[in-house]
Write a protein that binds this ligand. Structure first.
Ligand code: HEC
Length: 177
C-alpha cells in the first residue's frame, strides 16, 4: 500500500526519537504502568477465560515450545518467560479476537480459540492490558515501540476484522522468536 510506504519511514523516525526518551524512562522503571481499571477488569477476564489453558499466573503449559502428539503447540506462557510481549497491541488483539495457530502446526485447528463471540472489544483490550503487568519493564518498552510501529488496539468504532488485517498478514514475521 502506497500510503504505508510513505508513513513507515516517518514512523520509524518518530520511534527512534521516542526510543531516546525511552532510555530515560527505563532508568525510572520502564513505560508508564497500564491503566489500573483496565488491569483489574482484565484480570477477571483472564481468570475466567484464559487461565484454564495459559495457567493462573500466565506460566503456560509444560513443554510449551515443543509440539505435542498431534503436532500442535501447547498454550505458551504470557509472563516474561514467553513471547507474548513481542507482539504489537494490534496483533495481540487480532490473535485473541480471531484465534490463532502457529503456521508450523501439523493441523489446521485453531489451537488458540477465537473470543470475538464471547468477549466485547473492551474486554479483549482489558485482558491484553492485564498481560502487560506480567512483563519486565524492558519487555513493556519493546512492546510499546512495536505497537507504535505496527499498530494499536482498534478504536471502539472500528473493531471490524478488516481494521487490523494488514497486521495479521505480518503474523509470521512478528512470531519469530
Ligand atoms: C483452549 C485453550 C486456550 C484458551 C482458553 C486460551 N488460549 Fe491463548 N493460546 C492457546 C494456544 C494453544 C496457543 C498457541 C497457539 C499456537 O502457537 O499454535 C495460544 C496462544 C495465545 C497467544 C499468542 C501468544 C504468542 O506469543 O504467540 C495469545 C496472545 C493468547 N493465546 C491469549 C489468550 C487470551 C487473552 C485468552 C483468554 C481470553 C486465551 N489466550 C485463551 C490456547 C488457549
Amino acid at each position: 500500500m502506497a500510503v504505508s510506504e510513505v508513513v513507515r519511514p516517518l514512523l520509524n523516525g518518530a520511534v527512534m526519537l521516542l526510543g531516546l526518551n525511552a532510555g530515560g524512562a527505563l532508568a525510572g522503571g520502564g513505560p508508564p504502568p497500564p491503566d489500573p481499571e483496565q488491569v483489574e477488569a482484565g484480570r477477571g477476564v483472564y481468570q475466567e477465560y484464559c487461565a484454564s489453558c495459559h495457567k493462573p499466573r500466565g506460566e503456560g503449559q509444560p513443554n510449551w515450545e515443543r509440539p505435542n502428539a498431534q503436532g500442535e503447540l501447547p498454550a505458551p506462557p504470557h509472563d516474561s518467560e514467553g513471547h507474548t510481549w513481542k507482539h504489537s497491541d494490534a496483533m495481540l488483539y487480532r490473535m485473541v479476537s480471531e484465534g490463532w495457530r502457529d503456521p508450523f502446526n501439523k493441523t489446521q485447528h485453531l489451537t488458540m480459540p477465537s473470543f470475538k463471540d464471547q468477549l466485547s472489544p473492551d474486554e479483549i483490550r482489558d485482558v491484553i492490558t492485564y498481560l502487560k503487568t506480567l512483563w519486565s519493564p524492558e519487555q513493556r518498552q519493546f512492546q510499546r515501540t512495536e505497537t507504535l510501529v505496527r499498530g494499536g488496539f482498534p478504536s471502539s468504532s472500528a473493531t471490524s476484522s478488516s481494521a487490523t488485517s494488514s497486521n495479521y498478514s505480518n503474523g509470521r514475521e512478528e512470531n519469530a522468536d
